[in-house]
Ligand binder design. Structure first.
Ligand SMILES: [Ca+2]
Ligand SMILES: [Ca+2]
Length: 257
């Protein structure tokens, strides 16, 4: 059994390694990734418990751990305006994502990626699942303007419990019409399930979304998926608040291998 000081040291080491933990409850302080500050203050770091210790008795669930790249900027910029933007979170993390035990594995690493723009302006489609999420001029992919998608082929049908997308976290910006869909049809005509959609005015014509737009950071945008089965996962967007292009640094899809 670990002592309190050992637990604290472990938490600090995990935070330094860039892990986002998920054992906080509503009564505990929110987790802040290493190096993040809010309004110039150094934030405290909540304890992080490894996934195998977090499995709560009876429920069979574990909290998803997402490995984060280094942050490139701190604080919340004040000059971004977008009609469907979520309220500022003040450095607080998003709610943790619980998934069934064993369903917290990255399914998408090195999977084949196709796109509505098969010849990216910058980078290669393979960058999107290569596991490198650090922001760098050599790590992201730039696709053309308008609604564009990238599609990950998981190789066979999998049961999906979460996903996370990092578009571009070199500066604070907001991407429009962020949509994620899952299907067994590579053409996304039959059996399409939409699992994330913040296109509130249906300008990308994939349906009206209920999610809010968000500012890109090193945390990407993680979201839970309710055990949806499918082989292909498609991520769409339509430009951003800095330019009309579409970018991807990495996407991850989580579930049972
Ligand atoms: Ca990458
Ligand atoms: Ca829209």
């Amino acid at each position: 059994m670990k002592t309190t000081s050992q637990n604290a040291l472990f938490a600090i080491l995990l935070a330094m390694a860039g892990h986002v933990g998920c054992n906080q409850s509503k009564t505990e302080p929110g987790y802040v990734p290493a190096g993040r500050t809010t309004e110039g203050r150094r934030e405290s770091v909540a304890p992080v418990t490894p996934a195998e210790e977090r499995s709560s008795a009876g429920s069979g669930n574990v909290c998803l751990t997402i490995h984060l790249p280094k942050p490139q900027f701190t604080g919340t910029p004040k000059d971004i305006r977008s009609p469907n933007l979520e309220p500022a979170r003040g450095g607080k993390p998003r709610p943790p994502i619980d998934v069934p035990a064993g369903a917290d594995k990255v399914l998408s690493k090195d999977c084949k990626v196709t796109s509505s723009d098969p010849e990216p302006i910058i980078g290669e489609l393979a960058f999107i699942t290569d596991g490198d999420k650090e922001h760098d001029a050599a790590t992201y992919v730039e696709l053309g303007p308008g609604t564009q998608w990238v599609q990950v082929d998981l190789g066979k049908e999998k049961v999906i419990y979460a996903a996370c997308v990092w578009h571009y976290h070199g500066e604070a910006r907001v991407y429009s019409d962020v949509v994620c869909q899952i299907s067994n049809d590579p053409d996304f005509i039959d059996g399409v399930v939409t699992v994330f959609n913040n296109d509130h005015d249906n300008s990308s014509k994939l349906g009206e979304g209920k999610e809010k737009e968000y500012i890109e950071t090193n945390e990407g945008r993680p979201f839970a998926v309710n055990g949806v089965k499918g082989r292909y996962v498609r991520f769409s967007s339509k430009g951003n608040t800095s330019n009309e292009m579409n970018h991807y640094t990495e996407v991850e899809v989580y579930g049972k291998p």
